[in-house]
Structures are given as structure tokens and as C-alpha cells.
Design a binder for this molecule. Structure first.
Ligand SMILES: Cc1cc2nc3c(=O)[nH]c(=O)nc-3n(C[C@H](O)[C@H](O)[C@H](O)COP(=O)(O)OP(=O)(O)OC[C@H]3O[C@@H](n4cnc5c(N)ncnc54)[C@H](O)[C@@H]3O)c2cc1C
Length: 448
């Protein structure tokens, strides 16, 4: 008789290094999947969903140095050399390239177009021209180029989208390559739900998931579109059934249609977020939403467990390594107290101030002037993303990724997602190198 002893999946996973990832923004989600796909056991603990839903739904790698950047990945190393405190000086262009590839592997062309090599210019909600690297397919028809003709259609019931402002600003703008766009505006009426007077973009998106509603909507726009025009609409063209909504509205209008992101919640960002969170859960990351990390225990120079505050009590989650991906001030992972001291509120790690700036000068009164030094405060890492203080590891097994890293004003140089992706893959790969994942145990065959 022949018997084959195959370890159960649970037994095999249980034997693998256990990594706790803190935060579920783009950095945390990328790190979790990178670790999980290499076979590690991952617990992702997060207070809430991340900043993708507040962003534009695009991936910025490097937009301004301060000059407008056309080839972001190629520009990273020079930018880092000129700004040695910037996270890119530790991350490097190769890791960002890998991060972009990894994200594309997860999300696919269905969610993101581009490979990060070139920036495209998109219209913003005020009609400015914004460089970005990867964009949702729903924005490709709105990539600005010389000779493009657009009609921007607003919806009276959607207060955060102003077609006249967008069209007027686009009309008067000379594009970075010297070209011009022809733009005009139209305002229409559309009630996403009966008697709802203060609908957000999300309400419209949910309404347009319904085939009948979106047909009515598109039929109502038909008369507004001239021959040769692309149609710019607020980024509300469906949430769960977006691809079908975009295709159908475009087909009814007989014109290319594009979305323009406006104020949060950002529907294209929500779609990408949903794709990543669903993938994380499907690939069996233990995903603990609604739980705040409030501390840790340490022994022998390592973090032994993270402390999670749940429903009025504390729970310890033992771990072999931790990736801190809890964001910056915007997610309250960093906090400035009334004495002017900045804290990491999650693991109480030391934070680094910008070079030459003391705690009394983290902000200045020139609101429209230079960036506030405060925004460059964060945790310091080495080139493996291990958290350090003055170059020395704080713990042997703690890494950081994304907005918590010191050294960048991410919304200004437009490096937020590039930093998150590059540092997430680098941190995950460093964890995997330090705690190798065992290959699946060989099947043992026993012959009698
Ligand atoms: C208004 C705004 C506009 C921006 N515009 C741009 C832009 O135009 N271009 C650009 O490149 N970048 C921009 N950024 C920056 C960019 O959005 C961030 O760099 C990026 O989202 C960081 O991703 P992240 O995953 O590191 O953090 P986040 O997306 O902030 O996610 C942090 C995660 O950590 C969780 N968390 C926090 N504390 C805890 C805790 N104690 N326990 C457990 N979980 C916790 C949060 O719930 C969240 O899930 C902007 C940021 C903001 C706020």
C-alpha cells in the first residue's frame, strides 16, 4: 500500500514567518500581497481604509522636481541625488519600477494604464494640467494633447464639479509641449435618487451601476456632443459595474468619454482600493479592519508583538517582523503635540526632523510660501526600509513603507504613490530575505 503525507495548507502556513503589516493604504496593501505571494503568513491590521479613496485614482511617481517631469522613473535617481533626505534616495528607481510592475500584476490593465515610464497630462477639477504616471482606462480619452476638442459636462445636482471653470481654464492653458486644447462646457440635470438634494459622487456612481439609469443619463446627454469632441464627465461612471457603464455611455454618445476626478470621496480611487482589498482577502492575508495598533512589546532588540486596541480591550499579535505602513499626519499615524513634538502614534518609533530644522521651526507663517518643514517629518529608514535612528536599527525586525517615511512633501513633488510602491516592495523583500519562507514540505511517500 502507498500513502502520501501532504501537509495541510494551514499547517504549512503556520510554520511560515508571521509578518504584521500595519495600515491598508497603497503601501500596506502592496506589502501584504508581496509577502503573501512569496508564501509568508501575513496579518494586516488597520484602523480604517487608506488614502486611495481620497486620491485621484491615478499613480504619481514624480511630477515636479520642481520642473515638470516627463519621464518619472528615469528622473528618480537624479532627483534623489539632489535631495538626499528624500525617501527616493533610499528606495531608488529600480524598486519603484518593481513596485509599479507588481501593482500592475495585481490590478491589471483593467484598472491602470501605463508603465510609469512616461507622465501624461490630465485635467484637474479646476482645469489645471496635472502630470501623472499611471491612470485608470476611464481617463485615457482625457489625456491632454494639442488639437484635442472636449466638451465638459457637469451635473447641476453634483456640487463639487464645475464644468465652466474646467473648460475656461483648459482653453486658456498652453500645454507643457506647447499645444492647445479646445474646450467648452455644458451643465445638465440628473437626479441620481429621487428627492436627494445633496448627493455625493458616490451616490451618482452607485446610481450609474444600474443599466437602466445610465442609459437614461446617456440619452439625456446626446444632444450636447459635437462631432469630433471627447466628453469629459465627473468621475462617477459606476462603482462596481464601471467598465460596462463607461462602455455603454460612450457607445450611446458615439464619442470617447473620460472621467475627471473631483473632491473626495474619489470614485476611481475607491475602485482601485476595492480591487486591492478584495485581492488581499482572496489571497488569505488575515485582514483585520477597524482595529488600531496602540503599541508593541519588545525583547532582545526585536518587536515580539503588536498591541491592538479592540472593543475596549487590548490584544497582542505575536510577530516575526512588522511593516509599518500607517501613513503620515493625514492618517494620524504621526501627531504634533501641544509642546511642538512629533510622535509616531503607532509603535512609538523615533521620528526624524528635516536637516537643520529644530522642533520650534516645523511650521512657518508664510502659508503660500515654501512647504512647511513639518510635512517632511517621519520615520527614518535604511536602504532596506528598516527603521533606524541616526543610521542604527531601532529594532532588528521593524520596517516602514509609504507616507510614514521622512523626507518628502508628497503632494507637492507628486511622489506619494511611487514612494509607497517602491518602499513596500523593498520592505517586503527585505523581510523575506531576513526570514526566508520555507518551500512547501516535500511530499513523503511511504511504501509498504
Ligand atoms: C489630501 C491629500 C492629497 C494628496 N495628493 C497627492 C498627490 O497629488 N500626489 C501624490 O503623489 N501624493 C499625494 N498625497 C499623498 C499620498 O496620498 C500618500 O503618500 C499615500 O496615500 C500614502 O499611502 P500610505 O499607504 O503610506 O498611507 P495611507 O493611504 O494614509 O494609509 C494609512 C493606513 O494606515 C492606517 N492606520 C493609521 N494609523 C493606524 C494605527 N494606529 N493602527 C492601524 N492602522 C492605522 C489607516 O487607517 C490607513 O489604512 C496626498 C495626500 C493627501 C492627504
Amino acid at each position: 500500500m502507498t500513502t502520501t503525507a501532504v501537509p495541510t495548507t494551514a499547517a504549512r502556513i503556520g510554520a511560515q514567518p508571521h509578518v504584521v503589516v500595519i495600515g491598508a493604504g497603497i503601501a500596506g496593501l502592496t506589502a501584504s500581497l508581496r509577502l503573501r505571494r512569496a508564501g509568508a503568513r501575513v496579518t494586516q491590521v488597520t484602523k480604517g481604509l487608506g488614502g486611495l479613496q481620497l486620491s485621484q485614482g491615478t499613480i504619481d511617481i514624480l511630477g515636479y522636481t520642481p520642473d515638470r517631469v516627463s519621464r518619472p522613473l528615469d528622473a528618480i535617481d537624479d532627483y534623489a541625488a539632489a535631495h538626499p533626505a528624500h525617501p527616493y534616495a533610499k528606495i531608488g528607481a529600480d524598486a519603484v519600477r518593481q513596485g509599479v510592475r507588481f501593482l500592475k500584476e495585481i490590478a491589471g490593465d483593467e484598472f491602470l494604464v501605463g508603465d510609469g515610464e512616461e507622465n501624461v497630462n490630465l485635467p484637474t477639477a479646476v482645469g489645471a494640467v496635472r502630470p501623472t504616471a499611471l491612470i485608470p482606462p476611464s481617463m485615457t480619452a482625457g489625456v491632454l494633447h494639442d488639437g484635442l476638442k472636449v466638451v465638459i459636462i457637469g451635473i447641476a445636482q453634483l456640487k463639487d464639479f464645475h464644468p465652466m471653470l474646467i473648460a475656461q481654464n483648459l482653453e486658456r492653458t498652453v500645454l507643457p509641449d506647447g499645444g492647445r486644447v479646445q474646450a467648452r462646457a455644458v451643465m445638465t440635470d440628473f437626479e441620481p435618487r429621487p428627492n436627494e438634494f445633496d448627493a455625493s459622487g458616490l451616490t451618482f456612481a452607485r446610481a450609474l451601476d444600474d443599466p437602466k439609469t445610465r442609459r437614461t443619463f446617456a440619452e439625456g446627454l446626446k444632444g450636447f456632443v459635437n462631432e469630433g469632441e471627447a466628453v469629459g464627465l465627473p468621475a462617477v461612471l459606476g462603482l462596481d459595474d464601471h467598465q460596462a457603464a463607461l462602455a455603454e455611455i460612450s457607445s450611446i454618445l458615439g464619442a470617447p468619454v473620460f472621467e475627471i476626478s473631483s473632491l473626495p470621496p474619489c470614485v476611481p480611487g475607491m475602485r482601485l482600493n476595492e480591487k486591492l482589498v478584495t485581492t488581499v482577502k482572496k489571497e488569505r492575508v488575515e485582514f483585520i479592519l477597524g482595529s488600531k495598533v496602540v503599541g508593541r512589546t519588545a525583547a532582545d532588540g526585536r518587536i515580539a508583538s503588536v498591541t491592538v486596541g479592540v472593543a475596549g480591550h487590548k490584544r497582542e499579535i505575536p510577530c516575526d517582523a512588522v511593516i509599518l505602513a500607517a501613513g503620515g499626519f493625514e492618517s494620524a499615524a504621526l501627531r504634533l503635540d501641544s509642546h511642538g513634538t512629533v510622535h509616531d502614534t503607532v509603535l512609538d518609533l523615533p521620528v526624524k526632523l528635516p536637516e537643520g530644522i529644530d522642533a520650534d521651526h516645523l511650521t512657518h507663517g508664510d502659508y503660500w510660501g515654501d512647504p512647511q518643514p513639518l510635512f517632511e517629518v517621519g520615520v527614518e529608514v535604511d536602504s532596506s526600509m528598516k527603521v533606524v535612528k541616526d543610521g542604527v536599527p531601532v529594532f532588528d525586525n521593524v520596517y516602514a513603507a509609504g507616507g510614514v517615511l521622512a523626507g518628502a512633501t508628497r503632494w507637492q513633488d507628486k511622489t506619494g504613490e511611487g514612494i509607497a510602491l517602491g518602499s513596500a516592495v523593498k520592505a517586503a523583500d527585505a523581510v523575506l530575505a531576513a526570514l526566508p519562507v520555507a518551500a512547501p514540505a516535500a511530499q513523503t511517500a511511504e511504501r509498504n
